[in-house]
Design a protein around this ligand. Structure first.
Ligand code: DP6
Length: 344
């Protein structure tokens, strides 16, 4: 069985969590980012997508987890498919089926794995050759964090960079990212809308733009040196400065819930006692806790004991995006060919 047939392909990509955050678009447009970011691709959070160009369709159809997408969500996918059609000469509309193995849009980076899987599948279905940088650029144009999900392990997306680039493979450092879910369901303010509101109204946005690049540099060096304390300090500072810029928006953007704040205090206290743990939050109330793999069980037990924590997902550094075999249920398809190979 081949990994793509004319007009049809399947792919999977994994979510990523930023260790140094991106928040804000570049003045150059095209969804380029105003600050550099650094992320960790996560093994346990996966999106699988199948794209099938079909001459019988009169419009693109997108099904996410059994639900037909409409409105803005559908439009975002169509824009990516239009780019692929333009680049490949493919004329047909597409049927897209996509499924996450984790809750959608709860600050769990579903758009990152979703647009990365879609970019890889759509390019292959349109018979564009495997090209990690091209897939990363295509993903980035739809959702900047998705550019990073093409690659495994530790990944960077530079300011104004077209595509993400690998920093170190998953095997570089045995870390664990535990996702403490304090609230399920859709977030109230999307990251796209939230960062635009921050740029336009927050007096602290200028401070964020100034502070983010050196925090990125520090976090990157800490990853390369496997220096947990240094990474912890910079990741938490990147998180809090990003949220401070959001809090300064008018109207304010407050993603924190009481359990988010409780966890920030708890993790800060535990690190002061010597536990290798650090927190981060994205555009949502869930708290992600970074720790060393050898310490993960203790962290998990602690998080499960905190009131307000509904679920804990345990993630390790994850693999690159890959094409999947065709045929049979999407959930059961085997990985065939890696797209975001790391060459470090
Ligand atoms: C807080 O990539 O979701 O998770 O480019 O508008 O789709 P768009 O935004 P998105 O923003 C992610 C923001 C973040 C931080 C990060 O992942 O770097």
């Amino acid at each position: 069985m081949t990994d793509s047939a004319p007009g049809r392909a399947r792919a999977e990509a994994h979510a990523n969590i930023a260790l140094a955050k991106y928040w804000g678009k570049s003045e150059r447009g095209d969804n380029l980012t105003a600050v550099p970011s650094l992320s960790l691709t996560l093994d346990a959070l996966t999106t699988r997508s199948e794209v099938c160009f079909d001459a019988s369709l009169s419009a693109d159809e997108v099904n996410l987890g059994g639900k037909q997408l409409e409105g803005r969500e559908l439009e975002r996918v169509r824009v990516m498919l239009d780019r692929v059609r333009l680049q490949s000469g493919e004329k047909r509309f597409a049927r897209v089926e996509s499924a996450n193995n984790f809750p959608t849009a709860a600050g769990l980076a579903s758009s990152a794995s979703g647009f990365a899987a879609l970019a890889v599948a759509a390019r292959a279905a349109a018979e564009l050759g495997p090209d990690a940088a091209a897939a990363s650029k295509l993903a980035r144009q739809s959702s900047a964090s998705a550019a990073r999900s093409i690659f495994e392990g530790f990944v960077e997306l530079g300011r104004d960079a077209d595509a993400a680039a690998p920093v170190a493979p998953s095997s570089h450092w045995d870390l664990c990212m535990l996702v403490a879910i304090v609230e399920q369901g859709k977030k109230e303010v999307s990251s796209t809308g939230g960062m635009e509101q921050t740029r336009l109204t927050s007096p602290y946005y200028a401070g964020w733009l100034e502070a983010a690049p050196p925090l990125f540099d520090e976090a990157r060096e800490a990853v390369l040196a496997r220096d947990f304390q240094r990474l912890a300090t910079n990741m938490e500072r990147s998180t809090l400065l990003m949220h401070a810029s959001m809090l300064g928006s008018d109207p304010p953007i407050v993603y924190f819930k009481p359990a988010s704040i409780a966890l920030i205090h708890a993790i800060t206290g535990r690190r002061a006692q010597g536990f290798p743990e650090a927190f981060t939050l994205d555009a949502g109330p869930n708290v992600k806790v970074l720790t060393l793999a050898e310490h993960a069980e203790k962290t998990e037990n602690f998080l499960r004991s905190v009131p307000g924590v509904a679920q804990v997902l345990v993630c390790r550094p994850g693999p690159p995006a890959a094409l999947l075999e065709l045929g049979g249920p999407l959930a059961d398809a085997r990985r065939l060919r890696v797209v975001g190979e790391t060459r470090t």
